[in-house]
Design a protein around this ligand. Structure first.
Ligand code: ATP
Length: 241
């Protein structure tokens, strides 16, 4: 196995004339939980989209390796087969399918029927709201419920690398806690996670290491706990003096 499960080198992404990502290097070792934080528009989502090959109209330059293999340009459908999956901002659930069908879709690369049912049961126990709504169309769920479903669906493929874009967005404080409990749990089970999050405090508390992104470049990286106490991070991202 490669030392770094994910290795991004010299990544540049341009939308038309706008250079959104200006040559970044980022490495995620197997088992790590990495937080990518930064202000609105810094380019964080663009980095995740570049990794998962979901930027069709853009120019993406640089190297993206997953488990030692170049994956730049490989689409997200193929990446799921490699157990690399993203939960996008705005959830991305299949709105015209039921909750249960969404979970089954998440497991489309598996054929262990009994295991799939066990996993569905596991997530229904963890998120009882999803069980209650198992035959409801996903598009009719609340934002928080869709977020739970999107997360559970991604986990159904037994990811090796999970990319999370703003998982706390739009959720009530109790749901944010619940989602972070899942993130910590999944991380403790050995899944490698790259987490983009507006809530820098929560992200840094959960993460092992962190990268700070500003205007398309990485400006800091290091131990997440140390960053929580860094005066520059405190002033810019934690609302503290
Ligand atoms: P946020 O926290 O607000 O989601 P972000 O750090 O994830 O921000 P991105 O969404 O990656 O930032 O956006 C980076 C820059 O690229 C922004 O200036 C944005 O306006 C621009 N951008 C993003 N998507 C597109 C697009 N499809 N076409 C043109 N410009 C885009």
């Amino acid at each position: 196995m490669a030392a770094n499960l994910l290795k991004v080198a010299g990544l540049r992404v341009a939308y038309g004339g706008i250079q959104a990502v200006k040559g970044i290097d980022l490495e995620v070792a197997s088992g790590e939980l990495i937080a990518l934080i930064g202000a609105n528009g810094a380019g964080k989502t663009t980095v995740l989209k570049a990794i998962t090959g979901t930027l069709p109209q853009c120019r993406v330059e640089g190297h993206i390796d997953f488990d030692g293999q170049a994956i730049k340009g490989i689409n997200s459908f193929e990446l799921v087969k490699k157990h690399l999956v993203m939960v996008p901002e705005g959830r991305g659930v299949f709105t015209r399918m039921t909750v249960e069908e969404n979970l089954l879709m998440g497991a489309y690369i598996r054929n262990d029927k009994a295991g799939i049912q066990e996993d569905i049961e596991k997530w229904f126990s963890f998120f009882p709201r999803l069980r209650e709504r198992s035959s409801q169309l996903a598009g009719t769920l609340s934002g928080g419920e869709q977020q739970m479903l999107a997360m559970a669906r991604a986990l159904m493929c037994h990811p090796r690398l999970l990319l999370l874009d703003e998982p706390s967005m739009g959720l009530s404080p109790i749901m944010v806690e619940k989602i972070f409990e899942v993130i910590r749990d999944v991380s403790a089970q050995g899944v490698t996670i790259l987490l983009v999050e507006q809530n820098a405090k929560l992200a840094l508390e959960a993460a092992h290491r962190s990268y700070v992104m500003e205007s398309g470049v990485i400006t800091m990286n290091g131990n997440a706990n140390a960053m929580l106490n860094d005066p520059r991070v405190k002033a810019a991202y934690l609302g503290e003096e």
